[in-house]
Design a binder for this molecule. Structure first.
Ligand SMILES: *Cc1c(COP(=O)(O)O)cnc(C)c1O
Length: 461
C-alpha cells in the first residue's frame, strides 16, 4: 500500500536541552506492569521509555517561556503576570473576564457551581471525564448530543465533533430551555479521538441557542488544534490564520473553561473565562474558596507568565502544522501496518480501536485496558485506556458501556522525534502480530470517582 505520509511537517524549533531516558527490558517491564495492577496510570514514569499517557502538562516549554518563569511576580495580589495573562486572553481568545485556576478541572468546578442548579440538564458534544463529573456534582445531568458518526471509529466524517442539532432540539423540547443553563461545547473532542467541530455547526448552534437564551460554554482545551482542522477542511478558511479562526470560534460562545496544560504549552495552569459580569462576580467569589485569590487562582506568578507566552506560541500556524503533522505521521504509519485506528486522524493523538484489535475479548474483559498494558510490555510505551474503565458508573451504580473502546497514544507537544514515532508504530505492530494470544483482565480494585486513574486489574487465566 502506498503511504500517505506528508513529508513537510518538520519542527519549527531546535533542541537546546535534552532529558535522558531509561531503557528497560521485558522482564523489568513485566514486573512493573504487574505491580501497577495493569493500570498504566500506576506505573512509575522512570520505568517508561516513551510516555504517551497524555498530552496534559507534558509539553516542552520554549526558551522564551522559561525566561518568562524568571519574571514571576510572586505577589499575593495583583501580580503583573496576571495582568499579562489577562491581556493575552482578552486579545487572542476574545473573552472579557478571566479567572486563573490551577488546571482545567478547577475552572470546571467553579463554573459548574456558578451556573448549575439541581435538576438542570447540560447537553454537550460528548462527555469529558472531569467536566461531566463536576456537572453531576453540581446537580445536573449530562446529555450527549454529538452526531452519531462520533461513536463510529470507522466513519471518516471531517467534523465528528459536531452537535446533532436535532438531538439538541429534542433535549430542549423534553426538558425546556429553562432547565438548560448552557450547552457545553468542546473543541477537538477528546473522547471522540480529538475530532473537530466545524465553524458552520458553531454558527448554527449560536443562532439556535440565542433565540432560547441558552449560553454556550466552550471547553477550549484544544481550540488551536480544532482551528487547524477548520483551516484544512472547511470551505472559506484555507487562507485564514489559526489566530483568526480561534477568535472566530470563541466569538460564538459566552464563556470557556481551559486546561492550559494541553494547547497552551505549560506544565500546569488553566482558567475560566466569561463575557458576563454576573457570572464573573459569582465565579470570583467561588475561586477564593477553592483555588486562591482571583488574580492567581492556585498558580504562581511564574506559571501565569509561562501560560501567557505559551498561549501566543500555540496559535502560530507553523507550530500547529508541525504538531498535527507529527500525529498524522504516526497515524499513517499505523494504518500502513493495518492497525485499526479512529479515522480521521485526530489532533492530539492516535486512538486505536481495541474492540477491533482484540475482537475475542468482551467489553467486561476490558479490551482497551488490556491492550494498553500489552503495548507497555512490548516496548515501554505508555498509553491509556479510553473505554469502559474511563466511562465509569452511572449514579445508579450501573456501568456505562461506551461504544468506543480505545487506547489513546497521546503525543506531547514539542517533545518526541520522528524516530520515536517509528518506534511506537513498530511496537504496536509487534503486539498486533501476536494479538490472538492476548488474554483480558479483571478489575480487582475500583475507586469511587474517576476509577480509571487508580483501578487495579489482574490477568485472566
Ligand atoms: C484535560 C481536559 C480537561 C481537564 O483539565 P485538567 O487540566 O486535566 O484538570 C477538561 N476538558 C478536556 C477536553 C480535557 O482534555
Amino acid at each position: 500500500m502506498k503511504s500517505k505520509i506528508k513529508s513537510s511537517w518538520a519542527e519549527p524549533y531546535k533542541m537546546k536541552v535534552v532529558e535522558l531516558l531509561k531503557m528497560t527490558d521485558r522482564p523489568q517491564r513485566l514486573k512493573s506492569i504487574k505491580e501497577a495492577g495493569y493500570n498504566t496510570f500506576l506505573l512509575k514514569s522512570e520505568d517508561v521509555y516513551i510516555d504517551l499517557l497524555t498530552d496534559s502538562g507534558t509539553s516542552a516549554m520554549s526558551d522564551r517561556q522559561w525566561a518568562g518563569m524568571m519574571l514571576g511576580d510572586e505577589a499575593y495580589a495583583g501580580s503583573r503576570n496576571f495582568y499579562h495573562l489577562e491581556k493575552v486572553i482578552q486579545t487572542l481568545y476574545g473573552y472579557k473576564y478571566i479567572i486563573p485556576t490551577h488546571q482545567g478541572r478547577g475552572a470546571e468546578n467553579i463554573l459548574s457551581k456558578a451556573l448549575i442548579k439541581k435538576g438542570d440538564i447540560i447537553p454537550g458534544n460528548m462527555y469529558f471525564t472531569t467536566t461531566r463529573l463536576h456537572q453531576e456534582l453540581a446537580g445536573a445531568k449530562f446529555v450527549d448530543v454529538i452526531i452519531d458518526e462520533a461513536h463510529d471509529p470507522a466513519s471518516e466524517h471531517p467534523f465528528k465533533g459536531n452537535v446533532d442539532m436535532d438531538k439538541l432540539k429534542q433535549v430542549v423540547e423534553k426538558y425546556g430551555a429553562k432547565r438548560i443553563p448552557y450547552v457545553c461545547i468542546a473543541t477537538s473532542v477528546n473522547m471522540a479521538g480529538g475530532q473537530p467541530i466545524s465553524m458552520q455547526n458553531l454558527k448554527d448552534l449560536r443562532a439556535y441557542t440565542t433565540k432560547l437564551g441558552i449560553r454556550i460554554i466552550h471547553d477550549m482545551t484544544r481550540v488551536a488544534e480544532n482551528a487547524y482542522f477548520i483551516q484544512q477542511r472547511e470551505a472559506g478558511y484555507a487562507k485564514k490564520s489559526i489566530r483568526a479562526i480561534v477568535k472566530e470560534i470563541n466569538s460564538y460562545t459566552d464563556g470557556a473553561t481551559m486546561s492550559a496544560k494541553k494547547d497552551a504549552l505549560v506544565n500546569i495552569g488553566g482558567f475560566l473565562a466569561t463575557n458576563e459580569w454576573d457570572v464573573y462576580e459569582e465565579a470570583r467569589n467561588l475561586v477564593v474558596i477553592y483555588e486562591g485569590l482571583h488574580t492567581y487562582g492556585g498558580l504562581a506568578g511564574r506559571d501565569m507568565e509561562a501560560m501567557a507566552i505559551g498561549i501566543e506560541e500555540s496559535l502560530s500556524d507553523e507550530h500547529i502544522r508541525a504538531r498535527i503533522g507529527q500525529v498524522e505521521y504516526l497515524g499513517q504509519k499505523m494504518l500502513d501496518y493495518g492497525i485499526p485506528i479512529v479515522l480521521p486522524i485526530g489532533g492530539h493523538g492516535i486512538f486505536v480501536d481495541a474492540k477491533k484489535f482484540l475482537p475475542h475479548l468482551t467489553q467486561d474483559q476490558f479490551p482497551a485496558q488490556t491492550l494498553s498494558a500489552e503495548v507497555y510490555l512490548e516496548a515501554g510505551v505508555r498509553t491509556m485506556e479510553r473505554g469502559v474503565v474511563s466511562a465509569g458508573r452511572k449514579s445508579n451504580g450501573e456501568n456505562y458501556y461506551p461504544k468506543l473502546e480505545l487506547v489513546r497514544f497521546t503525543i506531547p507537544r514539542r517533545v518526541y522525534t520522528q524516530a520515536h514515532m517509528d518506534v511506537i508504530a513498530e511496537s504496536i505492530n509487534s503486539v498486533f502480530l501476536r494479538r490472538d494470544k492476548i488474554k483480558g483482565l479483571k478489575m480487582v480494585y475500583e475507586p469511587k470517582y474517576l476509577r480509571f486513574f487508580q483501578a487495579r486489574f489482574e490477568r485472566l487465566k
